[in-house]
Design a protein around this ligand. Structure first.
Ligand code: SAM
Length: 249
């Protein structure tokens, strides 16, 4: 039966396209790409000649109906985005919802995702985390969003663009405080892959001091909120100390 395949593509290193992904991209009738020219480079690298069509944020809702017609006619389709996993800060949500509601199969392939790849090597707690996508572009929206997350105990993951990295780091220092542990992962899987870790103030200082750290693709990860130990000594401990003190010479 025809299906819509969700196919992750590399986030920098072409070698990260799986053999299963290559097989599916060759087999389907059509590849829906966020940007056909951009994906053309990857597809031609692998000699994949399947027909391509554009599916991006601006036409996704209109295209969904058309995709359902193709599936009904028996044609399988693969969805890819410019990089990484479709739907993760990328188009595809409306399409998948529509295709499922129309009763067709949606089959996901596992593969690259910048958030998960960066988290796996960050050294930050990975047992619980929250993916927050891109922070708002405007200062007020950004600060409001960070304030809502300030007490969240989970590791927080954000995507960021190079021209907003300084502003976002400044907002993080302002709202989470200078001492919050964090990691900035840049150009993951590419030649200039860098992980900067330290307190928020330290990471901001490193990025301010080196313009190269303000370039490329960036994932910001913040340690979750840590409740400080109660500063007052509990009553039971004071009783014990008083007894012990009485015994001392
Ligand atoms: N769908 C993609 C995924 O699964 O990761 C994310 C697409 S989103 C439009 C692009 C953002 O992902 C970039 O601005 C950056 O924050 C992050 N990103 C993508 N590739 C990256 C890489 N190689 N290193 C670090 N961050 C990356």
């Amino acid at each position: 039966v025809a299906a819509l395949y969700i196919v992750p593509t590399p986030i920098g290193n072409f070698a990260d396209l799986s053999s299963h992904a290559i097989e599916v991209l060759n087999r389907v009738s059509l590849i829906a790409c966020e940007d056909t020219r951009h994906s053309g480079r990857l597809l031609s690298h692998y000699g994949i000649e399947t027909r391509k069509t554009a599916l991006h944020d601006h036409n996704e809702r209109d295209r969904a109906q058309w995709v359902v017609q193709q599936l009904a006619a028996g044609d399988s389709i693969a969805l890819i985005s410019d990089a990484g996993t479709p739907l993760i800060s990328d188009p595809g949500y409306h399409l998948v919802k529509h295709v499922r509601e129309a009763g067709h199969k949606v089959i996901p392939l596992p593969g690259p995702c910048a958030a998960i790849t960066a988290l796996s090597a960050s050294g930050l707690p990975s047992d619980r985390f929250s993916f927050e996508g891109f922070l708002p572009a405007k200062e007020k929206g950004r600060v409001d969003k960070l304030q809502a997350l300030q007490q969240d105990p989970r590791t927080l993951i954000f995507y960021e663009s190079p021209h907003r990295i300084l502003a976002s780091l400044e907002s993080i220092v302002k709202v989470f405080g200078e001492d919050r542990q964090m990691v900035m992962a840049r150009e993951v899987t590419k030649t200039f892959e860098t992980f900067l870790s330290g307190t928020a103030a330290e990471v901001l200082a490193m990025v301010q001091a080196d313009e190269n750290q303000q370039k490329g693709e960036i994932v910001i990860m913040c340690h979750g909120f840590v409740q400080l130990e109660e500063e007052t000594t509990p009553a039971a401990a004071i009783d014990t100390l008083t007894l012990l003190a009485a015994e001392l010479p």
